[in-house]
Design a protein around this ligand. Structure first.
Ligand SMILES: Cc1cc2nc3c(=O)[nH]c(=O)nc-3n(C[C@H](O)[C@H](O)[C@H](O)COP(=O)(O)O)c2cc1C
Length: 273
């Protein structure tokens, strides 16, 4: 066959295609383990950020595994009861929470779905990350949260104190909001505004409501509601509403409410005893 014949050109193009696709496919398969490991490292880092145990300016990624294993105890709970999940039903070692939210056996319908920005199902079980002091008492818990912003699903963690009412930190690690507008949910200065805010209108009342919300504009520090309010992000009112809604959902009886009630009771028991 002549070098510049049509047949030869097609043959070279076909060989090139096969070689390239094999290279791309093997890179994708070969790097999958590394990608998974990086994803897990990022999750751990964000749990630590919410708990106030990691700062991008002071710590390095090499420290994440060490700090995490020293200070965090992950447990898998049944959201409906707030109790530890039955390990005969779900194994914490293999439980994939994102996957579970799509699995009909491991998830339940959100009714109405407008409670969480149109998300139709949520997982029945969730990891909670406990931060304990030297005496083994829970100081705070880090809870995974998600909901809809303007363009995307926002994934984050919120840390709540042992009183089950005081916010200790918040972080968002995955979203596709506009940089500079909704994307400001990642801004450390904005996240810092959440520390010390109170979740509930009347924390010990069984009829309590989640009162914490992102408002439009700046919080008036003299207002009676200031402890339940966080400054809005300018030009991102819709993302802010999404954050308020997801905090309301996950902190209510629909989400971590039963678990937080148990945490509060156990903290009260400790202080009585
Ligand atoms: C290109 C573009 C990107 C935007 N991205 C966001 C966003 O990420 N989050 C958001 O809430 N609003 C975003 N908006 C603005 C909304 O459309 C809406 O105007 C805004 O939420 C109103 O907020 P404000 O009352 O604080 O100005 C965007 C607008 C444009 C034109």
């Amino acid at each position: 066959m002549a070098r510049d014949s049509v047949g030869n050109t097609m043959l070279v193009a076909a060989i090139l295609c096969v070689v390239c696709s094999v290279l791309v496919a093997s890179a994708a398969v070969g790097l999958r383990g590394l990608q998974e490991a990086n994803k897990q490292l990022d999750q751990k880092k964000n749990v630590l950020i919410a708990a106030g145990l990691y700062d991008d300016n002071e710590n390095s990624l090499d420290e994440v595994d060490g700090i995490f294993s020293e200070s965090i105890e992950p447990v898998l709970i049944d959201l409906e009861t707030g109790e530890l999940a039955d390990s005969e039903v779900v194994d914490p070692a293999t439980f994939d929470q994102r996957e579970a939210s799509r699995n009909p056996d491991l998830s339940q319908a959100i009714e109405p779905s407008s409670k969480l920005g149109g998300i139709k199902r949520r997982e029945k079980y969730s990891f909670v990350y406990q931060v304990k002091n030297e005496a083994g008492k829970v100081q705070k818990v880090v809870l995974p949260i998600y909901g809809k912003g303007l363009w995307s699903t926002l994934y984050g963690f919120i840390a709540v104190g042992a009183d089950a009412d005081t916010v200790e930190g918040i972080t968002f690690y995955q979203h596709a909001e506009t940089p500079g507008l909704g994307g400001e949910i990642e801004n450390p200065n904005w996240k810092a505004l959440w520390k010390g805010k109170k979740l509930y209108d009347d924390p010990t009342n069984s009829q309590k409501k989640v009162a914490l919300q992102v408002i439009k504009g700046a919080v008036n520090p003299d207002s009676a509601d200031a402890e339940h309010q966080v400054d809005g992000l300018s030009g991102a009112t819709i993302t802010g509403k999404g954050v308020s809604q997801l905090v309301r959902y996950w902190m209510s009886e629909d989400g971590f409410g039963p678990f937080l009630d148990k945490l509060r009771q156990s903290a009260e028991g400790d202080s009585d005893g």
